[in-house]
Design a protein. Structure first.
Length: 187
């Protein structure tokens, strides 16, 4: 499963090492995998299948689900930049706070990537593939990644996104069908 996408807004994804002197943003596959895991849970609320697909460690809660031991993820997430590495620049991190909000290096809006997901340890069932494809498409159409993503930073946009408002809402509602998630298009 392969998708291409770009950032609609500047993004602040960082690894664990975030010292001010080395604050270079980096979009990594584990960050995307974490987003996909969140969307899987939000769309399907099937914890046992989520754990099987994304991996788990031995815990009491997993034992209650009938999952024992440790199991690695059944998917591999690969990420390839399609845009030449754009220079990052200090970007307002919390613009509503003015100078006190500070700045951080950001991946610029418009930066493009190719994302591919491959099965690991054997093929997935048709149902697992259908769910994973829905999760991926929902994240790309409605999601974001990185710090301040709940405030609009790091919004992603798939190359095949609908352009017309009605088509966008139809696709979004189809992806969210059966879940507790809702979306609205504001004027």
């Amino acid at each position: 499963m392969i998708r291409t996408f770009s950032f609609l807004t500047c993004a602040f994804p960082h690894g664990a090492y975030q010292s001010p002197g080395f604050n270079r943003p980096e979009l990594r596959a584990p960050s995307i995998k974490g987003q996909l895991r969140w969307w899987y849970d939000a769309l399907f609320a099937d914890e046992k299948e989520e754990q099987r697909l994304f991996g788990f460690v031995s815990t009491r809660q997993n034992s209650r689900l009938g999952l024992h031991g440790n199991e690695a993820s059944r998917i591999l997430v690969r990420l390839r930049p399609l845009t030449a590495q754009a220079p990052t620049a200090p970007t307002e991190f919390m613009p509503h706070k003015g100078r006190e909000g500070g700045t951080k290096q950001a991946i610029p809006a418009g930066t493009r990537y190719e994302l591919s997901i491959h099965p690991r340890r054997g093929p997935q069932s048709a149902e697992q593939n259908r769910r994973l494809e829905r999760v991926l498409d929902a994240w790309l159409l409605l999601g974001a990644v990185g710090q301040r993503s709940n405030r609009g930073a790091g919004s992603v946009w798939p190359d095949d996104a609908p352009v017309e408002a009605a088509a966008f809402m139809e696709r979004a509602m189809g992806l969210l069908a059966g879940s507790k998630l809702r979306c609205a298009l504001l004027d």
